[in-house]
Every structure is written in structure tokens, then in C-alpha cells.
Write a protein that binds this ligand. Structure first.
Ligand SMILES: Nc1ncnc2c1ncn2[C@@H]1O[C@H](COP(=O)(O)OP(=O)(O)OP(=O)(O)O)[C@@H](O)[C@H]1O
Ligand SMILES: [Mg+2]
Length: 333
């Protein structure tokens, strides 16, 4: 790991972290906030709403608790692959966000426990590259760690270097996103899955995988898949439901969090909460669509000077294809 503090980075602060430096910066970036106590100008508020807040959802709390138990279970585990966690759900339901927030909390807690030692990297975050091969996967890890890898090094050598480094850095949590891209029915996919199992045997860390519809994916079927299925607990991350009174209360709580986070000059607290059932109808309970709709409405309200979100304004906004064309999710004209 290159630790030259003077090394300049030109990374996009909002991009998904793909190196340890970007990851550490993500961990250290405070949730979006406006400077001071205001008044804020339109540009500052546009910037704020384009990023907006990350709210805690019931599923995030459940996943966090499950992971905490699992990590204690794995603490004294030696030799064979440890038990892990799979986060499975449809697109844009907040899997990556959940994974990153889990990692951030764990990283901060580890830093507090170990007095902020620079040479520790408690969490590693990795996205499976499309059409991954085992060498590509382990090279991604090496790239994350900033390790000097040359093209002449073979997979086994890179794996050795990566494992030794992760040991040295005290890594306890390995987060792997987009694992649905691993098709264990193809040779590359199967070998990459083997590589992941091999890594989880060699690195004393808990692995958390996230991906789209993993229950039905080839990742958990066949000989390889069964090895994963036998060690990983799945937590499903579906769109937020709106059927029972408890589910409606949870949804309203989420909308209330967004309502309170809005910084619009003519916004009355609670105005967005009144539209909670409508917002569910529009988005199908997918947090990605909800966040896009509310953020775009806030931006439109600042740009047109009305400074408040009305049902008409929400209705005038086109959402993503998934939200606009999924049965049951429609605009109410
Ligand atoms: N807890 C949350 N609070 C606020 N906004 C959220 C939350 N979770 C997700 N979002 C918003 O929803 C969008 C989609 O989330 P995310 O990328 O995590 O979903 P995903 O399930 O990983 O999607 P994909 O299947 O496409 O990878 C994000 O851009 C983020 O703005
Ligand atoms: Mg994602």
C-alpha cells in the first residue's frame, strides 16, 4: 500500500470508491450538510440536494445486526472459509449504499478502537468487474490496495501478495458488490467464485456480497454455488412494502427523514409526508427512485423559484423506466 501523503489524487469525491485512498476519503466524508446555519444561496442548496442525505432504513438495521453477530461468530474461526452474508435484491433498492454504510460504520468503529493507526485498513470494498476472471478479481484487490503488480506476475503470486497485505493491514471485512456478474456456469465465473472462496479461507475477514436477485442466480447453484450457499446467510433487500400499518409507518418514517432534510425556503415541515402514499405509488417502494424523485423535485423548486414541493411538481417529473413502467407504479394524473 503506497502511503505517500503527498501523492495527489484527482478522484471524483462522489464516485464509488475503487482504491483504499478513495475508500478512506469516503469514510471520512461527513454526510452532506450546508455550511454554517444559513442563509444559504441557491447554488449551495442545489449542490446539497443533488447529493442529499442517506437515511437509515429498517433493512439496513437488520443487515447491520446480522453482520455484527456473524463477525463475532467468525472471530475464532480458523483454516476453512468463514461464514458470510449475501445482500440480495432488485436493482436500485439501495444494496450498494447499504454495503458502503456498513463498511463506513465498521471502519470508524475499528479506528476508534485502535486509536486511528494509519497502518490499518479494516474494510476493503470491491466491485466485481464485468466478465471477471480469477486473475482480474485478485488484480482488482491489488489495485484497491495500490500494490505494485506487473503483467508478468501470475494469479498465485498476486493472490499471495494481496493476502499478505490484507493480513498486515488487519482487514476484517471484505465487501464485494455486484456479485451477480459472476456466472458460475461459465468457466471464468466458476473459477472466480473458487478464487473468492480461496481468499475467504486465507484472509481472516468476514465477506459480504451484494447483488441483484442472487437467490435465483447461478452463483448459488451447482457444485460451486452450493459451497457458497452453505456458508452464506442471505438477507433480502426488496423494495419497501406499503401493505400493513407497520409497513406504512416505516415508509412514512423514511419520507419524514427526507422532509426534514429539505432546505427549500417555502417548505413547511411535514408537507412531503402528506404525499407518502403517492410517493410509494410512484416509486414502487424503490429507494433509488424515491431519492431521484424527491431530489429532482427539490432542484426544480429551487430553479423555478417556488421553493416548495407540491404534488403537481412531483407529477410533472418523469422517473426512471423501471418506476414508470412497473405495473402498480404510475403517475396519478
Ligand atoms: N438509505 C438511503 N437513503 C437515501 N438514499 C438512498 C438510500 N439507499 C439508496 N439511496 C439512493 O438510491 C440510489 C440507488 O441506491 P444503490 O445504488 O445503493 O442501489 P443498488 O441496489 O445498489 O442498485 P443496483 O442494483 O443498480 O446496483 C442511490 O443513488 C442513493 O441516492
Ligand atoms: Mg449497486
Amino acid at each position: 500500500m503506497v502511503t505517500d501523503a503527498d501523492q495527489e489524487t484527482h478522484d471524483d469525491p462522489y464516485a464509488s470508491p475503487s482504491t483504499w485512498r478513495e475508500w478512506t476519503r469516503f469514510v471520512d466524508t461527513e454526510p452532506p450538510c450546508l455550511p454554517g446555519t444559513g442563509p444559504w444561496n441557491a447554488e449551495e442548496r442545489l449542490d446539497y440536494h443533488s447529493r442529499f442525505v442517506i437515511l437509515s432504513t429498517p433493512i439496513m438495521a437488520k443487515i447491520s445486526l446480522t453482520l455484527r453477530r456473524l463477525m463475532i461468530l467468525n472471530r475464532r474461526h480458523n483454516g476453512t472459509a468463514r461464514r458470510g452474508l449475501l445482500i440480495s435484491g432488485p436493482p436500485t433498492t439501495g444494496k450498494t449504499t447499504t454495503l458502503q454504510q456498513l463498511g463506513r460504520s465498521f471502519h470508524l468503529a475499528d479506528r476508534a478502537r485502535h486509536g486511528g493507526l494509519d497502518e490499518r485498513l479494516p474494510v476493503v470494498f470491491l466491485s466485481v468487474p464485468p466478465a471477471a476472471t480469477p486473475k482480474m478479481l485478485v488484480s482488482e484487490l491489488a489495485r484497491f490496495l495500490d500494490l505494485p503488480i506487473t503483467t508478468s506476475m501470475n494469479q498465485a503470486r498476486i493472490t499471495d501478495i494481496v493476502c499478505a497485505t490484507l493480513h498486515q493491514l488487519g482487514t476484517r471485512l471484505v465487501l464485494v458488490d455486484d456479485v451477480h456478474l459472476l456466472n458460475t456456469r461459465t468457466r471464468n465465473g466458476a473459477e472466480t467464485s473458487d478464487q473468492m472462496k480461496h481468499l475467504s479461507e486465507r484472509i481472516p475477514a468476514t465477506f459480504v456480497y451484494a447483488g441483484v436477485a442472487l437467490d435465483a442466480s447461478p452463483l448459488l447453484t451447482g457444485v460451486r454455488g452450493t459451497q457458497i450457499a452453505g456458508r452464506f446467510k442471505t438477507v433480502r433487500n426488496p423494495p419497501l412494502p406499503h401493505g400493513s400499518p407497520a409497513q406504512r409507518t416505516a415508509w412514512e418514517g423514511l419520507i419524514q427523514g427526507m422532509d426534514q432534510a429539505l432546505r427549500l425556503e417555502a417548505h413547511h415541515k411535514g408537507a412531503l409526508v402528506r404525499h407518502a402514499p403517492y410517493l410509494h405509488h410512484r416509486t414502487g417502494g424503490r429507494i433509488g427512485s424515491l431519492s431521484a424523485l424527491v431530489r429532482e423535485a427539490a432542484i426544480a423548486a429551487i430553479l423555478d423559484g417556488t421553493e416548495k414541493i407540491t404534488k403537481q411538481l412531483l407529477n410533472d417529473i418523469d422517473l426512471d423506466e423501471l418506476a414508470e413502467h412497473t405495473p402498480g407504479t404510475q403517475r396519478r394524473r
